[in-house]
Design a protein around this ligand. Structure first.
Ligand SMILES: Nc1ncnc2c1ncn2[C@@H]1O[C@H](COP(=O)(O)OP(=O)(O)O)[C@@H](O)[C@H]1O
Ligand SMILES: [Mg+2]
Length: 364
């Protein structure tokens, strides 16, 4: 048998989505084929400290997890000095890094930049795609340039709002009207997002969003169905069947996503063949528009009144528990969870090999 590959599973993170990431990591580590892969668990705690091996699994154990798996030689119970990142000597022993991290510092290109510097293959989007996918304003500009249909929006900022709230209000009312959605440009899991139903609610929504980012986006609020598809691949991405989210709250907010567990996923979504084709084609276009790699979940709105399909957003590291939309969409499309992980690791190696072909010097 060939030597098994060492997979560094990175989880936790200094973001609001720490807990979600821990859940995703448990599912991933339980599913990685022990005959093919050795595990090197790598945890980032909420303070941003890195822990490797048993020190990392200890964090998972706090949330009631135990593994019978033998860990690879990264198992040193290593707690990395606060403020420092994954040590080079450990990175050197890892064949592929699998960041199961969501949100700030995990999905926004910062950790991908570290992986590039370490020169270790990693699963998922690179620096630019991660950063653009995380930034709702940049993402919308790139999607617009790619001719993708989206909801109308207004860009603003903490500073513009505090300097002249009336001007912002006028622009919102002229271009969008109510209801509208106010969102921090950079974040996920619906944190800092408000649905604003009238002028009296705007100020509160703005100051909430302004707590989470310097830049703020306001979108026209539509009455929509929420349809999501999974994309997998590098140059020639495949797309899953579409699924629908039925939020348990008025919109798909943090509570509906993670806390009350009552939001339903319908797979495959009940859409027309034409809508399904449009969604799949737009998903590939969105994936390519940001130069994504490995995987992404692309989220759509179907306006109830018109049946119009609009792109809402791309998520470069979607939730990855066994019960999450991304793996379930693949399962329904004939690709079970374990094989999905194999494919992602394969794609990480392929992308890394491709990167190595790039010259970085100008000499002859
Ligand atoms: N323009 C909109 N019209 C209607 N509903 C929206 C709109 N924008 C967001 N929502 C609702 O808010 C949820 C979260 O917004 P989203 O932009 O997807 O943020 P996040 O990146 O945090 O998931 C969506 O899933 C949807 O339920
Ligand atoms: Mg979303």
């Amino acid at each position: 048998m060939t030597k098994s590959m060492r997979i560094g599973v990175v989880f936790g993170g200094k973001s609001g989505e720490h807990e979600v990431s821990m859940e995703s990591a448990k599912s991933v580590m339980a599913a990685l084929d022990p005959n093919r892969y050795e595990l090197v668990p790598i945890a980032i705690d909420k303070q941003g400290r890195w822990h490797v091996g048993t020190a990392a699994t200890a964090l998972l154990a706090e949330s009631g997890w135990s593994t019978q798996r033998t860990l690879a030689s990264g198992d040193r119970g290593l707690q990395v000095r606060p403020g420092s990142v994954l040590p080079g000597p450990i990175a050197d022993q890892i064949d592929v890094l699998l960041p199961v991290l969501h949100g700030t510092f995990g999905e926004d290109g910062s950790i991908q930049g570290l992986f590039e510097l370490l020169n270790v293959p990693y699963v998922g989007a690179g620096v630019a795609a991660s950063a653009v996918g995380m930034d709702k304003i940049l993402m919308k500009r790139v999607f617009a340039a790619a001719g993708l249909p989206q909801v109308a929006f207004v860009e603003t900022s903490r500073r513009t709002w505090s300097a002249d709230p009336d001007a912002v209000r006028r622009e919102v009312e002229q271009k969008l009207g109510y209801p509208c959605f106010v969102k921090p440009a950079n974040l996920g899991s619906s944190v800092g997002i408000s649905k604003v139903k009238g002028p009296s609610e705007l100020a509160e929504a703005m100051s909430l969003a302004a707590q989470y980012d310097r830049r703020i986006i306001v979108e026209q609020g539509l009455d929509v169905r929420e349809i999501e598809v999974a994309v997998l691949g590098n140059e020639q991405p495949r797309v899953s069947v579409p699924g629908e989210v039925l939020p348990s709250n008025e919109f798909y907010d943090y509570r509906a996503k993670y806390l009350d567990g009552n939001s339903d996923l319908v797979i495959p979504a009940d859409v027309t063949d034409e809508q399904a084709e449009q969604i799949r084609a737009y998903a590939v276009r969105a994936f390519r528009a940001i130069d994504c790699a490995g995987l992404a979940r692309v989220d759509f709105f179907i306006e109830r009144a018109s049946g119009r399909v609009l792109v809402n957003e791309i998520n470069t590291m979607p939730g990855f528990t066994q019960f999450s939309m991304y793996p379930k969409l693949w399962e329904a499309s004939g690709l079970p969870y374990e094989q999905l992980l194999d494919a992602l690791i394969e794609l990480a190696l392929e992308r890394h090999e491709d990167r190595l072909k790039t010259r970085h010097d100008f000499s002859n």
